[in-house]
Design a protein. Sequence first.
Length: 394
Amino acid sequence: MTATETEVLVAEREAAELAALLERIAELRPLIAGNAAEGEENRRVSEESIRALADAGAFKVSLPTRYGGYGLGHRAALDVGREVARADGGTAWVVSLINSGAWYTRVFPIEAQDDIFADDPDARVSVVITPTGTARKVDGGYRVSGKWFYNSGAWHSSWALGAVLLEDENGESLGEGQFLIPATDYRIEDVWYVAGMRSSGSNCLVVEDAFVPEHRLRRVPDVDPDSDQPYRAVAVPLALLGPQLGLGRAVFDLVMEKTPHKPIAYTSIERRSDWTAYRLDIAKAAMLLDTADLFAARAADDMDSIDRLGRPLDRCTRSRVRADIGWAVDHVTEAISLLLNAAGSGVFAEVNPIQRFWRDQAIVARHGYVSPPLAYEIYGTALLNAEETTATIL
């Protein structure tokens, strides 16, 4: 069998696995949606939903095959987050971030990965890559302390990945690093009181002078445009895009289901679907969501090409991936705005799930990693081959 034939077989197997996984998640949507209000009230995803998604394999998308995972790429993780979000945004956010955590562990030595998954392939890893802690060198490893905001998925994880500023034995700076730590060595500080994405439980993770062995802490090298470091940084914003796509589709589906046959108050229009303005808003929203999906797919395919081709993306393509993410977010936001206008004020009733989807997307659309203005600035800077004017994660 030739290398090309082998690649085709692998691609077909992965496509079949993903299709089956997405079908299982689709079957769980009524359960997840039914638990959404409870998750928002408790400010964490229902354990029933977490267990059902775990049984379906939703947390194994990015887990290496040697631990029983699917070992799939960014497009697959994007699709999984999108499918879950059609039922609940907070649940999708947790799933996407935990899959991102599993993917991120691949940069650590096998020994560190074995610590997490060898005896427990169902282990889950939350992740925050902002360096808001310190790690001082000691014999055999480091002593780590700090607080990490906001740690989505921590309630449902047994490990965490965090970023730190490294120090030598004398407290001198060694740059930036990332570490893996079990839940027994950190605590969760309950601080997540927000207007949207309440069920994501994105609280503060606190570590107080915990020992992290050498193999579970890696130094992050200075960013080299020809290395895979910028590629890994872009992977995080991409992971956060799937839930936004699904939230847009959820609003569209509910508006299409519940509003076409309703009258428009204070007018003689008995059915919204007879109103030209309603038809225009629906059409525009559908096209905006399709556009978001297409640009998201291009971004994910570009990222997946790195493993396939065995080389990192050039600066301009990498920056375009960020712009694709921002463009998709902008289009989802605009689509939801049109759909809310088309549906009328009734969608803002607390009993209407549309208002929860709207609040959830409004929050995550403003996440720093997916910020459209920042994404466009990064891409414009690359197109002009200009000097960076702000510190950004490429």
